[in-house]
Ligand binder design. Structure first.
Ligand code: AMP
Ligand code: ZN
Length: 439
């Protein structure tokens, strides 16, 4: 029997109503080790209706500059050497023993995930507290329920809402109808946007970790007068600019149907465009002069983000609810008022600017609706443990389930089968009260 059925059958039996219940200040340790960042956070929940408070968070990242990419065994070893002592220091600093542990269970690299999950199980046994194995992407979504420093008046998103998740490993537009009901509206057909930006930046000679962020800084350092000149040059054909660089928007060729059956993103072509250019200029090791690097960097970043906007607007016209304006619209997005942007790439200011000004969302009155756009704080966009704690707390409080101690990492875990995996068990009322209720 799937856990979902178990959950549905006994859910809420014997539990007080969540919103009316006085809750004690309970503390949560959260751990995120899905890739190359060792992240931990300590959260506190002291109000059943308010989001958790962040007490502290720490992040340490594997340095992969020398290897030019993340080697999974290096990432595993990094977590093994780093995680336990980071936790010890954090708990000593705050002199506390948490009441709940939330840890990323997937998707991600098997070894990296298992480093965090195994330690979490050990702590759950030692402290006698529940463990919640969290879906990483649910964390990226639910982090938008925390207050945002640049949007202090924006209330938390309400279901149904949309999320654009753009990170090093994923690029998805997701429709969420509840904490357990997520539909992937658009996915990437090849590589993720962050992966593409990282690889392109490396081809352009940039160095460091988080090369997408390095590319943003590099583009920001270009003189305004040079940008104005670049803006007058097209790249659709190589003879339209003096650099002879060709770059168009992916998937813009003629289509037989008005809307493709599946809306996809495609980011691999951006890397090929740079590689072909370098090959034409003498080979992959050719060193490009500064102006050429600036031109390609600028045009590349603009096109990558324009492609995201283009695909999202296509999804809005396909699934928007405005049947009068778009005869094919299927109304799938009916009732959507909130749109979340999360994942490392969503911290890019130029992308944020474009998203805020270029998206066109239609509602069922035939008007272009202003969606509430949610931009989580920059430090909460890239991988972090706070988001895992926020999602784990929501799973624990709303669904009243936890992970059993036999759970294993799920390196490939589709968002639309959050509960449809082994390892979820119901939390008993006694266990629940022990964590959450005033004694
Ligand atoms: P995540 O997988 O969510 O931790 O995000 C990491 C990815 O986001 C990497 O590919 C980074 O290069 C990319 N990234 C982080 N910050 C930025 C930024 N400001 N602009 C573009 N990409 C970024
Ligand atoms: Zn992520």
């Amino acid at each position: 029997m799937s856990l979902y059925n178990i959950g549905k059958r006994v859910l809420y039996r014997g539990f007080p109503n969540k919103s009316s219940m006085p809750i004690r200040h309970y503390k949560v340790l959260s751990i995120e080790t899905s890739c190359d960042d060792t992240c931990i956070a300590l959260l506190e929940k002291n109000d059943s209706k308010a989001p958790p408070k962040i007490i502290d968070q720490v992040k340490s990242t594997l340095n992969s500059v020398a290897t030019g990419g993340i080697i999974p065994t290096d990432a595993l070893r990094f977590h093994q050497t780093t995680l336990a002592s980071l936790i010890e220091t954090l708990l000593k600093k705050h002199n506390c023993r948490p009441d709940l542990i939330c840890c990323t269970r997937g998707p991600g690299m098997a070894g990296s995930l298992s480093a965090g999950l195994q330690l979490s199980k050990g702590l759950a046994v030692a402290w006698g507290v529940p463990l919640i194995g969290v879906h990483h992407m649910l964390g990226h979504i639910l982090v938008a329920t925390l207050p945002k420093s640049e949007q202090p008046d924006l209330t938390a998103p309400q279901y149904p809402f949309l999320s654009l998740l753009c990170s090093g490993g994923h690029t998805m537009l997701v429709l969420s109808k509840s904490i357990t009901d997520h539909e992937i509206i658009a996915n990437t057909a090849d590589i993720a946007v962050g992966d593409s930006l990282d690889k392109c930046a490396r081809e352009l000679g940039l160095k460091g970790v988080m090369l997408g962020r390095e590319l943003e800084s590099y583009v920001n350092s270009i003189k305004q007068s040079t940008i104005q000149k670049f803006d007058t040059m097209e790249t659709k054909e190589s003879n339209l600019n003096s650099f002879k660089y060709k770059l168009g928007l992916p998937l813009k060729g003629p289509r037989r149907e008005k809307y493709p059956k599946d809306i996809v993103f495609a980011f691999a072509g951006f890397l090929s465009s740079i590689q072909s250019y370098k090959k034409d200029k003498g080979g992959l090791n050719v060193v490009l002069d500064q102006e050429t690097r600036e031109f390609i960097s600028y045009k590349l970043q603009e096109h990558v983000f324009d492609h995201i906007i283009d695909r999202m607007n296509l999804a809005f016209t396909k699934h928007g609810s405005n049947k009068r304006k778009y005869e094919h619209a299927d109304g799938k997005f009916l009732g959507v008022k909130d749109l979340i942007f999360s994942g490392g790439v969503a911290s890019n200011q130029r992308l944020r600017e474009k998203l805020a000004t270029r998206l066109q969302f239609q509602d069922n009155d035939g008007e272009v609706t202003d969606l509430n756009l949610h931009f989580p704080d920059l430090s909460l966009c890239t991988d972090n443990a706070v988001m895992i704690g926020v999602a784990g707390i929501e799973i624990f409080e709303s669904l009243r389930i936890k992970s059993d101690l036999g759970v294993c990492p799920i390196p490939k875990w589709p968002m639309d089968s959050l509960l449809d995996v082994e390892g979820w068990v119901n939390v008993t009322p006694e266990e629940y009260n022990q964590v959450i209720q005033n004694k």
